[in-house]
Design a protein around this ligand. Structure first.
Ligand SMILES: Nc1ncnc2c1ncn2[C@@H]1O[C@H](COP(=O)(O)OP(=O)(O)OP(=O)(O)O)[C@@H](O)[C@H]1O
Ligand SMILES: [Mg+2]
Length: 260
């Protein structure tokens, strides 16, 4: 068994002539908070899309607990224990906060779809347990007061938390966060950092893309910097921060707006 939970080995992803990921290598250890940083358009989200099965890289291997998962469909990747949030929030706007989180829970459920129509005692027991867990996640994220509110009625910062709670409700082994602090104010960002630490304490390995350098440097134990899809440097935050190649990659793009 590999000592790494996830290994990216020589992975390349091309989009009609553009090299979005260029022979990238990285290894994530169980329990780590692992950062991916790089300027806009560096290929960070594309990497996460390759890991979560949205894209299949043309070259290289993606190993999960030592086994190749490249080309596996997104729902199967989720069932393996790899869950994510998106750079642009994707929630069921009309559904309540509790129902949104429950939808994540159902990835984990043993029940078949027809048990909702022909419920069995096991189904009721399972559903009761699932709602209890949803309650716990709402508490962890400070969302209990919004339990019955449609997600679409809530602020951006709250919606980011709902999305994370939904991913966590599936009890992932690896939680992948694409710019979790984007659009959050300073207090919300601090609160989020505390929640991420609590998630790590629950035994969940975390990979995150983030442009908020204070947050990345204080949270991540290890990180890889990419530019034009290629590796620039990796290491502990102190090492990465002082690397001239990293500083150069960021020159001229520092003040650019974060995203769409
Ligand atoms: N589906 C696609 N088709 C064609 N090109 C794409 C596609 N997805 C991403 N790209 C291109 O791949 C490159 C990397 O994009 P990606 O979204 O991964 O960057 P990023 O590092 O996440 O940037 P940001 O910090 O702005 O979110 C960009 O040049 C982008 O235009
Ligand atoms: Mg991105």
């Amino acid at each position: 068994m590999s000592q790494y939970l996830l290994e990216i080995k020589n992975v390349s992803k091309f989009f009609s002539g553009l090299t979005a990921i260029d022979a990238l290598n990285l290894k994530v250890k169980k329990g780590q908070i692992y950062g991916i940083i790089g300027p806009n358009g560096a290929g960070k989200t594309t990497l996460f899309n390759c890991i979560t099965g949205i894209y299949t890289p043309e070259e290289g291997e993606i190993l999960w607990n030592g086994k190749e998962i490249k080309g596996t469909a997104p729902d199967k990747i989720a069932a393996l224990g790899i869950l994510r949030t998106f750079q642009t929030i994707r929630l069921f706007a009309e559904m309540s906060v509790a129902e949104n989180i429950m939808s994540g829970r159902h990835i984990k459920s043993n029940q078949k779809w027809y048990n909702g129509i022909i419920p069995t005692p096991a189904y009721y027991k399972d559903e009761k347990y699932n709602w209890e867990k949803v309650g716990e996640y709402m508490e962890l994220f400070g969302l209990s007061e919004y339990a019955t509110t449609p997600a679409g009625d809530l602020s951006y910062g709250v919606q980011r938390k709902i999305e994370m709670a939904r991913a966590l409700a599936a009890e992932p082994e690896l939680l992948i966060l694409d710019e979790p602090a984007a659009g959050l104010n300073e207090n919300e960002t601090k609160e989020l950092a505390e929640i991420i630490r609590k998630i790590q304490d629950m035994g969940v390995t975390i990979m995150m893309i983030e442009h908020d350098m204070d947050m990345v440097m204080s949270l991540c134990e290890y990180m890889t910097v990419i530019n034009f899809g290629a590796w620039i440097c990796d290491g502990i935050p102190e090492h990465v921060q002082d690397n001239p190649a990293v500083i150069e990659a960021y020159i001229g793009v520092e003040d650019e707006d974060e995203d769409e």
